[in-house]
Each structure stands twice: as C-alpha cells, then as structure tokens.
Design a protein around this ligand. Structure first.
Ligand code: DX5
Ligand code: ZN
Length: 231
C-alpha cells in the first residue's frame, strides 16, 4: 500500500498512537479513521536515541491486520537496521529513520525500499535539510520533527515552518510533520508546504474523530482545499 507516492498535493493526516490508550489500540485507531485519518503514525522509541521506551514490531504486527489504513513507522532508535526487517514483516507501509544516528543511510533506505515499504528520514529540529540532499533519490518522503523526539504533548517549534519551506525549495518529495500539530499549527505547516499532518495529543485529548477532522480541516482550509475534495 503506497501512501506517500500517491498523495499529489492533498493535505492528509493521521493520529500518532503514542497518545492513544494502548489497551484499546484498534478501537482508538478506528475512531481517528472516522475523522478522516488516512494513515496511522507508529512511534517506536528505544530508551537510547530518546529517553522514552514505547512499542515495536510485535505491536505493529498486531495492529496492521486491524486497520485498513497504512501504518507509518517512525523509528526513534539508535540501530534501526536491526529492527527494519521485523517492521517490514509486520506489514507497515512506510518507515522513517533518524539520520542523526544512521551510519550508512543509503544502505538503510535501500533496505526499507527493497522490503516493499516507502522510505523516509525524520529530521530533528536542528538537523539541517541540506544534510539529506544526497539521500533524496532514495527517499519517498521527509518527516520534519517539529518538537524534539521522545514525548507527545510538547509545543510546536515555530521555526520548523521555515525548515519546511527550505525543504520545499530542495525537493518535491512529500513532507510530513510531527510534533505539536493541532488546529492552530496545522495551517502554518500546510502553508509552508507540508502535506502529511501527524497529531497525537491533539487528537486523543477529546473525541478522536472530531479532533482529527478539525485538524485536517484547518490544514486544508489554509491552502484552499476543501475536506470534501478527498471523498
Ligand atoms: C514525538 C513523536 C510524535 C508524538 C507527537 O517524539 O514522534 O509522533 O507522538 O505527539 P504530539 O502530537 O502530542 O506532539
Ligand atoms: Zn513520530
């Protein structure tokens, strides 16, 4: 299932399940889908690259058959190469790695693609866009971290809108944005050129279907797209 390559100029989004109730994961995902989510963002953290410890391929393998939506794995881990085969086996649609800790990025991205998933890099707030210039041919998308990875519920770093603009000048690859996205910040990143909005705490703070819908509407309105365009 290709998520990023078939996107065109549409603004889409999905929940970060980090903020969901893990005891009811399939149901939490369904609620966001009712609100128009088109992907499920899956945050793997290893207690080394980031202080937090979350979920891995075993949970991904349980979740994938429970949802029709593509699962987008964001690996905030020091040694992603070790985990990528298991995530591919789990059936995730896309995998992003943090280039700050990947020694041989070409090899890692090629491994993701040859396993049938779309490949991305997730850039920490101070990682320069130019640092991935030579990786562009091996990428299907770029994930701009608009907070420091590791935790949900942090505030959007406003300069990340400028970073999205810089990336837009460098490439036509779809730009996903993750961290502090809500009704107020979705317009800023959509105007800057991001097309994939990930939101955790803003979705699960209330009724996930309604909150997801509000965020998507806000992002689309900002660039003159109607929510009905997608249905
Ligand atoms: C942060 C994760 C995000 C996080 C976003 O390290 O990569 O996906 O869940 O959460 P919010 O939307 O609450 O900032
Ligand atoms: Zn994430």
């Amino acid at each position: 299932m290709k998520l990023f390559s078939g996107l065109g100029d549409r603004v889409v989004g999905g929940p970060s399940i980090l903020a969901a109730n893990f005891a009811h994961l399939a149901e939490e995902v369904r609620k966001a889908e009712e609100g128009g989510a088109e992907l499920i963002h899956f945050d793997a953290m290893d207690n080394h690259f980031v202080p937090n410890l979350t979920i891995g391929p075993v949970v991904a393998a349980s979740l994938v058959p429970e949802t029709a939506l593509p699962v987008d794995a964001h690996l905030m881990v020091e040694n992603p190469d070790i985990l990528i085969p298991a995530f591919l086996d789990a059936g995730v649609a896309s995998i992003s790695v943090q280039p700050e800790v990947v020694m041989h990025l070409h090899r890692t991205l090629t491994m993701i693609r040859s396993g049938g998933a779309e490949a991305g890099v997730a850039l920490n707030p101070t990682t320069p866009p130019e640092s991935v210039e030579w990786a562009l041919p091996y990428l299907d998308f770029i994930l701009v971290m608009s907070v420091n990875p590791g935790f949900g519920g942090q505030s959007f770093i406003p300069e990340m809108a400028d970073k999205i603009r810089r990336l837009r000048e460098m490439t036509d690859l779809p730009i996903e944005v993750d961290g502090g996205i809500n009704e107020e910040t979705a317009p800023l990143v959509a105007e800057a050129g991001a097309r994939v909005l990930v939101a955790g705490s803003a979705v699960y703070k209330g009724n996930p279907a309604q909150e997801m819908r509000k965020i998507l509407d806000a992002g689309r309105r900002a660039i003159g797209q109607s929510s009905w365009d997608t249905y």
